[in-house]
Write a protein that binds this ligand. Structure first.
Ligand code: SF4
Length: 301
């Protein structure tokens, strides 16, 4: 039986909307019955062991179960830009990216489409030989992650907030920290500690991303503290991002209407280093909206 039957009462993520997506109903993430993407291309802006020298084969899915008020990809996460594909077309897309030289297939915000992705990966079968990366806002259900066992090699989740006030106000998810931390432990159980090939390209493991928000360095400190209490530096990599720029609804929220300061970012960098985590620190120059790629509403490849 196809996993798409799960859309009859969708509980693929912690929102548990229980809507019948196969009958045209739309839940919080705005995803429909068919898989919908807005871009599939090589992408150089991920962490070095993911982008490598040739790029990450990145597929941007339309819709999102968080709807963050500062989302830089709001055109696709909230406003529906994108085009529909069948599972066979999605499999062909993965193989097209592999043919272009991608180091991996990078599934961005894919939770609403996990059944479609599994179907596409089954169709691609042994022809797809590069690792599969699951690139997520972190708000994931354990059951859906379990479906990905054996399909995903690398998890690239955000851990955005510690405070439920912040997660509620900025992403409408008061239970974010509880859900995202349980998901993170599950992700590590599924793929284990980081492994690399002879060229330093990641083959398996978890990279936890954290974007330092303006005025939120103490919340960031609690997140780094939780990581240090729950993982050794050998078990995960940490990617600390400074790219926040006020975009979308955040322009109208006073606390979010400025960039993260150098002081705030470096304060959190020192905590990550102090805990002994290996990982990545983003150049401050990355905080530009020019890093948002172009999205499409018709198949263009
Ligand atoms: S995937 Fe979308 S429709 Fe399904 S439970 Fe999550 S938010 Fe709701």
């Amino acid at each position: 039986m196809s996993g798409v039957v799960l859309l009859n009462s969708c509980k693929l993520c912690p929102r548990n909307c229980s809507v019948n997506r196969n009958d045209g109903k739309i839940g919080f993430c705005k995803a429909g019955a068919k898989v919908r993407i807005a871009r599939a291309d090589l992408h150089m802006w991920e962490e070095p062991p993911i982008s490598g020298t040739k790029g990450s084969g990145t597929v941007f899915f339309s819709g999102c179960n968080l709807q963050c008020c500062f989302c830089q990809n709001h055109e696709i996460s909230a406003e529906g830009k994108g085009f529909e594909l069948s599972a066979s077309e999605l499999a062909e897309t993965f193989l097209m990216l592999q043919d272009k030289g991608a180091h991996n297939i990078n599934l961005v915000t894919a939770a609403p489409y996990v059944p479609h992705i599994i179907e596409a990966l089954d169709i691609a079968g042994d022809k797809l030989t590069i690792p599969v990366v699951y690139n997520s806002g972190g708000y994931e259900s354990i059951e859906t992650l379990e479906m990905l066992r054996g399909y995903v090699d690398i998890f690239l989740p955000d851990l955005k907030y510690y405070s439920s006030e912040l997660s509620s106000e900025y992403s409408g998810a008061g239970d974010y920290f509880e859900r995202a931390t349980r998901a993170l432990i599950k992700m590590h159980e599924l793929v284990g500690s980081p492994q690399f090939d002879e060229n330093g390209i990641m083959k398996r493991g978890v990279i936890v991303r954290h974007l330092v928000l303006p005025g939120c360095r103490h919340d960031s400190a609690k997140i780094i503290g939780w990581l240090a209490d729950n993982f050794t530096p050998q078990e995960i990599l940490v990617s600390l991002m400074s790219q926040y720029v006020p975009m979308y609804k955040a322009k109208d929220i006073k606390a979010l209407s400025r960039r993260t300061s150098t002081f705030e970012y470096e304060y959190v960098c020192r905590l990550v280093e102090g805990c002994g985590f290996d990982g990545f620190f983003q150049q401050r120059s990355a905080a530009e909206d020019k890093y948002v790629p172009e999205f499409y509403d018709k198949k263009y490849y």
